[in-house]
Design a protein around this ligand. Structure first.
Ligand code: SF4
Length: 172
C-alpha cells in the first residue's frame, strides 16, 4: 500500500471519529438508519479514493446487477454492500455540513433530519467542516498522483461505477 493511501485511510478514520461525535451530539434529530438510501448517488471520487477502494474490494464479491442509472452500483435492497470501505462523502451523510459556495457559507443537511432545529442553533462546533476535509483530501490526492505518476490531473474525478471493472462478480 502506498504512503499516500495509508495517509488517506488515516484521514478517513479522522472523518469517522468526527462524524460519530456529531451523530451522537445530534442523536435526537437524526433519522438515519439502515435501509435509508436517500443520500446514495452515483458519486465521483478522487483517484486516491478510487485506488483505496479498488484495493480494499479486490477480493470482495459485489452484486452490481440491481444498480440502475443514477444509482450507486454498491446499493442493493437499499443497503450499502461496501459500507466499511465507502468513500468520505458517504461517511458524512445526514449530518449538517458546512461549506463555502460562491463566497458564502452554506449549510446542508438531510431533509429527513433536523426537522425541528433552528438554523441559528448550528455552530462551527456542531457541524461538519466539509471544506477542511476536502482540502486535506485534495492535497493527499495530489501527493498520490505524483507518487503513482498516473494519467489523471489533480482536478479529475472518477465515477465510482468504474470500480465495476475491478470487482469480483457475484450472482444475485
Ligand atoms: S458507496 Fe454505499 S453509502 Fe456510498 S453512495 Fe454507494 S451505496 Fe451509498
Amino acid at each position: 500500500m502506498s504512503a499516500s493511501i495509508k495517509k488517506y485511510l488515516q484521514l478517513r478514520a479522522q472523518v469517522d471519529q468526527l462524524t460519530e461525535q456529531l451523530a451522537s451530539k445530534h442523536q435526537k434529530h437524526m433519522a438515519c438508519k439502515k435501509g435509508c438510501d436517500l443520500c446514495c448517488m452515483d458519486y465521483d471520487v478522487f483517484p486516491i479514493e478510487f485506488e483505496a477502494m479498488k484495493e480494499a474490494l479486490k477480493d470482495q464479491a459485489v452484486d452490481t446487477q440491481a444498480s440502475t442509472i443514477g444509482n450507486c452500483i454498491f446499493l442493493k435492497d437499499h443497503v450499502c454492500q461496501i459500507y466499511e470501505h465507502r468513500p468520505i462523502i458517504c461517511r458524512t451523510h445526514g449530518l449538517p455540513l458546512l461549506f463555502m459556495n460562491n463566497d458564502q457559507w452554506e449549510l446542508s443537511a438531510c431533509e429527513l433530519n433536523f426537522t425541528n432545529f433552528a438554523d441559528e442553533e448550528f455552530t462551527p462546533e456542531n457541524t461538519f467542516p466539509q471544506d477542511t476535509f476536502n482540502s486535506k483530501l485534495f492535497m493527499l490526492n495530489k501527493a498520490f498522483l505524483e507518487e503513482s505518476k498516473g494519467e489523471h490531473s489533480e482536478f479529475e474525478l472518477i465515477p465510482m461505477q468504474q470500480l465495476k471493472d475491478h470487482l469480483q462478480p457475484k450472482d444475485s
